[in-house]
Design a protein. Structure first.
Length: 240
């Protein structure tokens, strides 16, 4: 199965069928699109759109993962040339430990036309071997490109708050598993309220993922969550 997946990835890369779809992120107070998240997709030989769930982890074990990241970076910055909003790009530990990727991102985000319009989303639960190198990269892109840092899937597992704050994040993305149950599950609601209170005290913005209906949006808006992202406001799609 893994070999089949690798072959599928190789063909998609050769045919430029590793692409980015973009999902809107809405400012809760105004209900207007504030930014987009860049989400990688694979278009197979039958024109099916494949989620990264089915190919990304396998690609990390081979030689194609960095090529996928490069395609996502190219797609994301190309879209920035056509829209006025910011774009959020997911980065893994592998990306932040790769010197070529880091140098490329530092160069791109430093360009005047992209300054202040890029967000990097980092997974909170990945193990980083060289944390000082990652901190140095974050400091550089923040200083040179006015890049914002978001912690993805926050609240999905154990969080080392001391380590988390060393990232100096600007945004916490609240894990969708908490948001989708917020109407009926008091525990989920309490956890989200705790995250929002913590974030406000640290002057950190919050984004709720998996916002599927108006009632969930209203609950989050009343709590003071800054942004919402989910099918209620829009699915990932091509922008250009």
């Amino acid at each position: 199965k893994n070999i089949e997946t690798i072959h599928m990835v190789k063909k998609a890369l050769d045919n430029y069928n590793i692409v980015s779809y973009f999902q809107p992120i809405i400012e809760n107070k105004t209900k207007k699109i504030a930014k987009y998240e860049s989400l990688v997709r694979l278009i197979d030989e039958n024109e099916n759109t494949i989620s990264p769930y089915f190919f990304l982890d396998v690609s990390k074990k081979g030689t194609y993962y960095t090529k996928i990241t490069n395609r996502v970076i190219e797609s994301s910055f190309k879209v920035l040339d056509h829209i006025e909003n910011s774009v959020s790009i997911n980065l893994s530990v592998l990306d932040m430990e790769n010197e070529d990727i880091k140098n490329k991102l530092i160069e791109l985000t430093s360009k005047p036309e992209y300054k202040g319009r890029v967000i990097f989303e980092l997974l909170e639960n990945e193990n980083i071997k060289d944390f000082e190198s990652v901190k140095d990269f974050i400091a550089k892109v923040k200083k040179l490109g006015d890049v914002k840092i978001a912690i993805d899937d926050f609240g999905s597992g154990y969080s080392n708050f001391e380590r988390l704050l060393e990232y100096t994040p600007d945004i916490l993305k609240i894990d969708g598993s908490l948001i989708k149950n917020i109407e009926t599950d008091p525990y989920s609601k309490n956890v989200v309220e705790t995250i929002v209170t913590f974030a406000k005290k640290q002057n950190i913005e919050t984004i709720a993922e998996f916002v599927e209906n108006e009632n969930i949006y209203n609950i989050l808006n009343e709590m003071g969550v800054t942004y919402s992202q989910g099918y209620y406001f829009g699915k990932p799609e091509k922008l250009i």
